[in-house]
Write a protein that binds this ligand. Structure first.
Ligand code: HEC
Length: 78
């Protein structure tokens, strides 16, 4: 997550530009479709879930990295 530039906007347990990853994990806890949904969102970008500030698309991040990142985020706990 450091090398993909995510850390510029996301903290593990504090909000920067985007939501804290622990808050993302809490929001999608128990959501079976979360893995696919978040992978898609990270790649394509988007807004409106956490506020008006959009996340830019991250097309440079390899799919395998995105998958690993999403798994890692969803496994975080407060
Ligand atoms: C330029 C700042 C920025 C960068 C860089 C960025 N994000 Fe985000 N991210 C945001 C913002 C802002 C939101 C909230 C979007 C919304 O409200 O829907 C967000 C939302 C998210 C969400 C939650 C999506 C949802 O629909 O609930 C995840 C997961 C996420 N980012 C992961 C990542 C990962 C992984 C990377 C690195 C590959 C990354 N972000 C890079 C700003 C950023």
């Amino acid at each position: 997550m450091q090398k993909d530039g995510c850390a510029a906007c996301h903290g593990i347990d504090k909000k920067i530009v985007g939501p804290a990853y622990v808050d993302v994990a809490a929001k999608y806890k128990g959501d079976a479709g979360a893995q696919a949904k978040l992978a898609q969102k990270i790649k394509a970008g988007g807004a409106g879930v956490w506020g008006q500030v959009p996340m830019p698309p991250n097309p440079q991040v390899p799919d395998d990295d995105i998958k690993a990142l999403v798994s890692w985020i969803l496994a975080l706990k407060k």
